[in-house]
Ligand binder design. Structure first.
Ligand SMILES: [Zn+2]
Length: 87
């Protein structure tokens, strides 16, 4: 797990929304999940929105971020995205 946080921070930076939230390309999302060893969980619908507990899928992926070195996901609902930690 060493260096994990660093890697994730890079993702976070890369994905930081420009103005409005930008849809992440499916390919990028899967690539990223693969890099984080989370693709299997994702495909098994084990990844849930941190805020509303919805299962995160390609169609409703909103954001990924770290909190206390844990990986958190948010769905694409505005009410959830608004709860994301501000940078
Ligand atoms: Zn949500």
């Amino acid at each position: 797990m060493e260096g994990f946080g660093f890697k994730l921070n890079n993702f976070y930076t890369k994905m930081k929304p420009k103005k409005d939230l930008e849809a992440i390309h499916k390919h990028d999302l899967r690539d990223m999940l693969k890099n984080l060893s989370l693709l299997e969980d994702f495909d098994n619908q084990k990844i849930k929105c941190q805020f509303c507990n919805d299962i995160i899928q390609e169609g409703n992926f909103g954001a990924i971020y770290t909190q206390d070195k844990k990986i958190m996901f948010s769905c694409s609902k505005l009410e959830c995205l608004n709860k994301l930690p501000k940078k």
